[in-house]
Ligand binder design. Sequence first.
Ligand SMILES: Cc1cc2nc3c(=O)[nH]c(=O)nc-3n(C[C@H](O)[C@H](O)[C@H](O)COP(=O)(O)OP(=O)(O)OC[C@H]3O[C@@H](n4cnc5c(N)ncnc54)[C@H](O)[C@@H]3O)c2cc1C
Length: 457
Amino acid sequence: MKHFDAIIIGTGQAGPSLAARFAGAGKTVAIIERNKFGGTCVNTGCIPTKTLVASAYAIHVARRGAEYGFATGDVRVDIKRVKARKDAVSGRSNKGVEDWLRGTKNCTVIQGHARFQSTNTVVVNDEVLQAGQIFINVGGRASVPDMPGVHEVPFLTNSSMMDIDFLPEHLIVVGGSYVGLEFAQMYRRFGSQVTIVEMGPRLIGREDEDISQAVREILEAEGIQIRLNAKCISLAKRDSGVVVRMDCNDDPKEVAGTHVLLAVGRVPNTSDLGLDRAGIATDRRGYITVDDQLQTNVPGIWALGDCNGRGAFTHTSYNDYEIVADNLFNADHRRVSDRIQAYALYIDPPLGRCGMTDAEIRTSGRRALVAKYPMVRVSRAYEKGETQGFIKICVDAETEQILGAAILGIGGDEVIHVLLDVMYAKAPYTVIQRAMHIHPTVAEYLPTILAKLEPFV
Ligand SMILES: Cc1cc2nc3c(=O)[nH]c(=O)nc-3n(C[C@H](O)[C@H](O)[C@H](O)COP(=O)(O)OP(=O)(O)OC[C@H]3O[C@@H](n4cnc5c(N)ncnc54)[C@H](O)[C@@H]3O)c2cc1C
């Protein structure tokens, strides 16, 4: 049996930094990875998809050359080169994580599948490792629901999408949420015919209705077909392609395509971890139950990142690392509940989001104010010829603090941080109105928009 001060399972967005923190404090740490170093974000999530989104954006702008005063002739997409660029960017990060860990003194890197044997031992490659503190950072994977026909067709997921170096003639994306929409728009821009099939009555159903509607219009304007209210979805082979059947109100009740991508949610990688041997509790969906400082029900074992169900983003996983590390090393009692919800959807234009949604504000019963402003009236957007979307900010009528905001539009993923930081400062929105912002930017409009607050209904 090998003894360490700490064992970390998984090299996602929390594990490597935590390993470095332990090692830097002179403690021995073992970090175990069964697949690719860097996990989802680096290999099959944020980094490769945002690299592909960048190619899709460049292609899209090139096609609009006449609007900007240049001609390219026919824009021809070389999907193999698009993939090669993605592989290079993603590969660089993957190598960076591995080299970093292997080069860290006091850190032992083990490749293999880890399973708990007891509350303080883990087995990997038939070797038993023991530590007083164990951290689980195993992430999640694409959910493959048990819909009829799913095992009869060669479906794609966000992971297998990373390997394709050809252009699907007609890609059907099952799932109209964050992952599905990013793939839908990029493949449309690469040249595929794309249909989104969504069970719910609108796209990105967790978002406000006006956002869902605006996103739908953006995607439809690019020629993406959208089928909503698609109940009882089933898959079947047809000729060399696939047909997705649905029982909807609208006809036709099926869509035939060449390839199908399942983007219908994520599941945690916890079923093959031997959690029962350590007595670690999960919820009914398999997410590891943690307290506000990310400790499981078993003393000495923590769960960080997507597998604890408290976040589903790279930044929430990294923030989990910061919370755990500050609690353990700095006696700084940080808590997950101090975190303000924030994320982006990387279609073009992007959606930057922070704080509460409209529905959450309504449920809270607070008296709120709201201001909404179309991007077409933002001069920076107009100058750049990218005027889709809007900015919406909600504030608490009593405290004057920002409750939530959405920026669907050019730079939305960056500009949202102006509002987010003011929220963390617990400052009233009026501080933004006293700040001098740079012209011409999207952010310079925030004071103007906040001057238009009216009752939220
Ligand atoms: C297509 C897509 C796009 C995304 N885009 C964004 C984005 O733009 N921005 C954003 O913030 N988030 C994005 N996300 C979400 C983001 O990728 C995840 O939230 C983030 O990677 C979660 O990291 P994690 O630390 O929980 O674990 P992961 O990154 O999932 O890593 C877990 C690691 O643990 C390993 N592992 C699992 N089980 C074991 C075991 N038993 N033994 C050893 N190793 C094991 C896995 O192999 C994996 O390497 C995206 C996700 C997807 C799917």
